[in-house]
Design a binder for this molecule. Sequence first.
Ligand code: BGC
Length: 711
Amino acid sequence: MTKDKIEKLISQLTLQEKVDMIHGNGFFATKGVERLGIPPFRTSDGPRGVRKDFENDAWKDIGLSYDAVSYLPCNTALAATWNRELAYSMGKLLGKEARGRGKDMILAPGINIMRSPLCGRSFEYMGEDPHLVSEMAVPLVQGIEENDVAACVKHFAVNNQETRRFDVDVEVSERALREIYLPGFEAAVRRGRTKGVMGAYNKLRGTHCCHHAHLLNDILRGEWGFEGITVSDWGGVHDTREALMNGLDMEMSGTSDFDAYYMADPLVRMIESGEVDGKTAVARIDEKVRHILQVMNRLHMLDGERSAGSYNDYEDKAALRQAARESVVLLKNDRGILPLDPKKVKKLLVVGENANRAHAPGGGSAEIKALYEITPLMGIHMLLGGNTSVVYKPGYFNDDPGNICANTDGSERGKTAEDKIRHQQEMNEKYLQEALAAAADADAVIFVGGLTHDYDSEGQDRADMKLPYGQDRLITELLKIRPDTVVALVAGSPVDMRAWLDDAASLVFSWYAGMEGGIALAEVLFGKFNPSGRLPETFPFTEADCPAVVLGEFPGQDKVSYGEDIFVGYRYYDTYDVAPAFPFGYGLSYTDFVMTGIRAEVIEDTVLSKGVKVSFDISNIGGQAGAAVAQIYVADKYPRVRKAAKELKAFEKIYLEAGETREVTIMLEREAFTYYDEASHSFVADAGSYMLLLAKNAEEIVDVTEIEFTV
Ligand code: BGC
């Protein structure tokens, strides 16, 4: 459909019809205009797969038999793969399933920066580094949109906590905003060409982000050239005039009085009463409708030649399993306990309630009605087959729903909170003793614990990083009698491991890794897959090390000041010499890689006029094939402004056979050397000396070269 035709459609619409198109007429859809062939616009959560269907005007599960879908690895898991191709394949799958379920926009991906390890929604996001987030979000968005479905990157912007998320007012410097919190969104818009952006609930400098002129008009549309639809977060609109004027296209909410939405009847009344200039208002409304029609047009919603999509395709299992495999991070393997040899393990003890728990149904709007979910316990059984006897002991007590084999001892539970705590403690003790008793004569012991969506969840932040349900004591006691216990954690964010970290020889971190997550973990534990995941965020020892917490600004009060400025994640730990438990980018393998010979050449004719070609050699000197993640950090030798000690500016995941050596070349474009200059409102690169650090992670630099950059 041509531009003229869209303009013609707009001219044929009545004011009421236009207004109907810019606000929800159901929890997840707007009204169409049947007489002109404009369909309703249907959205759906979310980042881990297409959410089940609700009634149009009630938060009531319709209970369909056909809305179970693929459950994808959460975004943190995906980011931990550091594999752009997997991001693309997961995007393609998500878009195809969204289309297959008849949706027009999938409310994903979530790409807010992990400012604090305590944020309840960290698992929905891609970690702490703007470069990694950008590199993973772009292919993910592109993959989604190949299916005639719009992506919707969220939550724009600075939605970095859940506590008081509807109203918290964020104060952040323009530099930190531009360098840390916005690059992922900018990349999704400029390079990913996302057709949707969701405003955040919170305020930025006093104004709610869903109708924030600086964010939506100046930056998003003005600077980045966004041509898609801006959608409010559900209930994120607070003012009709601001929503009209400040760049919001579509108001969505979770209440069923659809006509009462700010951009519904109140908007019409405002125009009719002359409270706003009618001409200006209609022009603004036309603009919103134009954005919506343009997207509808690009999605082929107006011409009938649209891809149909599909879901639960048999052949997608391989990609889902590969993404889950590559997300697993091996954090410790001191005595080479891992991988376990399936042939030598005749009797295996699996301890830990997370071994037996399905996580898909939890977390808030990222919940998934999964077609299936392979738990770690099932994955271990699937992998070992019939020659090993697997004994399972829960080890700790968690009777929250979600445990697919719920403990039945709940009858003993008392009614008061105190009784519940006492009951929890009694059960923990009982389960602990049962696990310890079973540990003595097993050939191997695997503990699978971590968090659940009672902790990693929308709408709340964690109070601390502690493992719940008495797990510290259980792990400590297990390690006392079985120092070879393999510790595996399933969680969406870092936990405090200090109680037992030194005693655990082997440690594996697996996220909410989707429907194939349990078998992927088992494959790593038993050596069928060589782990290649890397942390997309620093794991501090405790939340007390996190700069936002140190400053008393997480979760803060009604107004939160991001006093740590650009020093988020490793930028802080590195620059201020605070040792983390595990650094950003960290992860081990069952093989060994050597990276050497970094060399750099300034190239004059790259797209951005000047860039740097970086090359190095990498060898797999171990005994098996595997993938390494080479990371290039840039450090300004004599910075003119305060800068982090170094910043990630490029990475490459490289798969090598045993004994293989390869030369790798990566381009660094000019932006790798820029910082945001508040005086000139632009990114600038200073001439001078820059160190290029070839690294295995933010702490382990293996080679360095220096370049002179003349601007
Ligand atoms: C969440 C969004 C979600 C929306 C619709 C909101 O509460 O913040 O991420 O897409 O609900 O379910």
